[in-house]
Design a protein around this ligand. Sequence first.
Ligand SMILES: Nc1ncnc2c1ncn2[C@@H]1O[C@H](COP(=O)(O)OP(=O)(O)OP(=O)(O)O)[C@@H](O)[C@H]1O
Ligand SMILES: [Mg+2]
Ligand SMILES: [Zn+2]
Length: 459
Amino acid sequence: MSKSEKRAIFVCQQCGKESLKWLGRCPDCQQWNTFVETVIAAPVVPSRPLSPANPPQELSQVDIEAAARIALPLAEFNRVLGGGLVPGSLVLISGDPGIGKSTLLLQASALMAREKGTVAYISGEETRHQIKLRAKRLGITGERLYLLAETDLGVILNQIEQLSPSLVVIDSIQTVNIPELGAAPGSVSQVRECTLRLMQWAKLSGVPVCIAGHVTKDGTIAGPRILEHIVDVVLYFEGEPFSAYRLLRSVKNRFGSTNEVGVFEMKEQGLVEVDNPSLAFLSQRGEEAKGSVVVPTLEGSRPLLVEIQALTIPTSFGLPRRTANGVDFNRLLLIAAVLTQRVGLRLGNQDIMVSVAGGLKIGEPAADLGIALAIASSFRDQLVDPGLVVVGEVGLSGELRAVSQLERRIAEAARLGFKSCLVPKTGARVSPSPKEIELIPVSTLREAVSTGLVKRSDN
Ligand SMILES: Nc1ncnc2c1ncn2[C@@H]1O[C@H](COP(=O)(O)OP(=O)(O)OP(=O)(O)O)[C@@H](O)[C@H]1O
Ligand SMILES: [Mg+2]
Ligand SMILES: [Zn+2]
């Protein structure tokens, strides 16, 4: 093949796998019908003259100060970034449609413009008018914040070169494209090429670039994993449509920990930081609610108290139903089975609904015991002591397993005034043992249910 020749290959639109022939099913990501014929120009890599702008540098001479993080007056955002935006970094913010990506980016842009100067906000999805309307609602006047409604990456790079901004925002990466590539905007080759060029530009200019990315139905970033490989930082913006709370989670960070989450609340005037999330998530909790249990979960490294609610009712006809909101469905099935087999609760003819208040999602098994106790509380019509929190993983034989970072969880529960905590006997030692909160070690789910539920006589 000559250097300038173009050839066609097939590219999986889910994961970016390339193949010389069309495949019905991708061997890498197992998706059906994802291969699309794509014309790619053969790479031309001429040897270039030495670049005076970017010579090799001895490691000992590299100046860290020049790469000091830019901290925005948006603490939850900084926290997730690991302290602030790193100059020249490429940050991807992805999330479901309507979750608030544009809102977050516009708010961050306005703050950056105020603190550091010119910001270029490029939107391929919304007109200036639409952005202005949002800005007005968010109380952003927009000095030094420049809008550009454009999708051609060549034009965009040209414009931002002239603006020499302190921050560039691209909303969204799926809408920008390089017309010469001939592929549709949002296709794997467009997204990859555009991201690579933005990365290149960010690294050469030292300007941080934030891009918004859409998420497909199965939760992956459209156009997709290759994007996550290229960029420096990947943040997921999550939340339930019916809840105002939003979590900003770091899933990849070349400059910091990925164990950080930021918590925001979506309000009329935009995203507001929630600096005491546990309090916020528990604020609507009724004191005397059966089927309600508080669990100290960990979101990354951040302890968060959440309320798990369960409701059991006799199945009216047919098969008993299980509904899980915010907890893993299979986990719920497992816990219900263990409650039936090892604790003796007759759940076989009960519909079970479990949900997490505030629209949070809990992925960790440490919440098992909380789910189990909430179900038992509803089924037995017995309260769980409102001053009690519970934590523990449930095993198939009804045993309770230790959870990670117990100290952190206990400390958060104590901070919010809880009096006692049910913990698995294995690994229940916390040093130094907290004074304000009593640890109650239990070894089985059966024991936990009989200890955790308030006896009916003193209800
Ligand atoms: N007047 C309002 N009051 C409160 N919340 C609002 C108001 N208007 C919009 N919102 C919230 O803002 C969300 C839309 O935010 P935004 O446009 O930033 O999301 P996005 O993630 O960029 O969406 P898209 O995927 O369409 O680009 C809405 O789903 C809604 O929750
Ligand atoms: Mg948007
Ligand atoms: Zn694939």
